[in-house]
Design a protein around this ligand. Structure first.
Ligand code: ZN
Length: 370
């Protein structure tokens, strides 16, 4: 279980298979985010039809509502949300640390206030694992601190905590049908990332995440950090870049040897009327699309583009119809999931570098608000 086979490599880019109790994951893979045990606007059947293989759910949200013990009673997260494939839960750390006004960190854990009813709660590494054991995802994450990436003193201090917490997570994790991944931190500092990757590598976990990126650093800093980290992480274990999912970041991440990604970007943008295309991002609310008889993206084979006009999609957005979110979410996920499939095929065929260059040349990135 959780064996990772490397099938092909092209420079640093890798194609592999990660075996999980709910089926194999073909990597590189992008995971749509189902924060509250649902990928917003999608049914599980729609996700399957899109070719999604891995779905992420958020521990912080599910712990607060409906509660991890309730999910366990109802058969665990796979049964509860009716997702038959592999699932991943984060540790709750990122959300808790994002509540910067209402949380208190110490070396043992974090005390925080619920965003739902203001009640007080406490996460420790042991508690984060217990909750994730109750939820029952295939891949679970160590409880870590995600510090401001540019503040060296803070990053250094929090790194010690993150490492001690990783050991505590490993020592209490009991379910053999769940893989516990460690999370490398260290901000944008090469020496700290190296130290963190070395420390976690020594724990011999079944997979590793690169955390604390796409939170305010430049693209150059992000790429340099991925490169430094991947140079230390073991070849034979999957590497997961957390919270990154713009098309250009996916291509650059795969190019630097990342195997797994997740991000709210495609689904969140869809609910804000934005469509990904192979050339950049479109705001489908714009008046220029009011009488446009073409599809959202010419040549796209998704259900939205195969059947509906830009004029109709824009009408749904302006009229605030639920179907607008459904159609644009379908389209955006289709764009990212086909990009991942194409990258995997290119790695297998030995043409990845050409593919990546051609994609990045025609794609106009938009600095995204995450
Ligand atoms: Zn489409």
């Amino acid at each position: 279980m959780f064996e990772f086979e490397l099938v092909a490599q092209s420079n640093l880019a890798r194609a592999g298979v990660l075996h999980t109790p709910h089926g194999p994951l073909l990597t590189p893979v992008f995971a749509p985010v189902g924060t509250q045990a649902t990928v917003k606007a999608m049914t599980p059947i729609q996700l399957k039809d899109l070719g999604a293989s891995l779905v992420l759910a958020n521990t912080y949200h599910l712990y607060l509502r409906p509660g991890d013990t309730l999910v366990r009673e109802l058969g665990g997260l796979h049964a509860f949300m009716q997702w038959p494939g592999p699932l991943l839960t984060d540790s709750g750390g990122f959300q808790v640390f994002s509540l910067s006004d209402t949380r208190k960190i110490d070396d043992d854990g974090v005390t925080f206030k619920s965003h739902i009813d203001g009640s007080m709660h406490r996460f420790t590494p042991e508690r984060a694992i217990e909750i994730q054991n109750n939820l029952g995802a295939d891949i679970i994450m160590a409880f870590d601190e995600c510090p401001p990436p540019l503040e060296r003193d803070y990053v250094l201090q929090s790194l010690k905590r993150t490492h001690a917490w990783a050991e505590r997570c490993q020592s209490v994790h009991r379910r053999a049908d769940q893989a516990l991944f460690g999370i490398v931190q260290g901000g944008i500092f090469a020496d700290l990332r190296t130290e963190s990757a070395q420390f976690l590598r020594a724990l011999d976990l079944p997979g590793y995440a690169i955390g604390g990126l796409a939170v305010g650093e430049s693209k150059e800093q992000m790429h340099a950090t991925i490169e430094v980290t991947n140079a230390i992480l073991p070849e034979a274990k999957p590497r997961y870049l957390m919270g990154v999912g713009s098309p250009e970041d996916l291509v650059n991440g795969v190019r630097l040897g990342v195997d797994m990604f997740d991000c709210v970007l495609p689904t969140r943008l869809a609910r804000n009327a934005a469509a990904f295309t192979r050339r950049g991002r479109l705001n489908m609310k714009n008046a220029q699309y009011a009488r446009d008889p073409g599809p959202v993206e010419a040549g796209c084979t998704c259900y939205c583009c195969a059947n509906f006009t830009r004029a109709y999609v824009r009408h749904l957005i302006v009229a605030e119809e639920i179907l607008a979110a459904v159609l644009l979410t379908l389209h955006n996920l289709h764009v990212l999931l086909s990009l991942m499939r194409e990258m995997r095929a290119a790695i297998l065929e030995g043409t990845f570098e050409n593919y990546a260059q051609a994609f990045l040349q025609s794609y106009q990135p938009v600095e995204s608000k995450r």
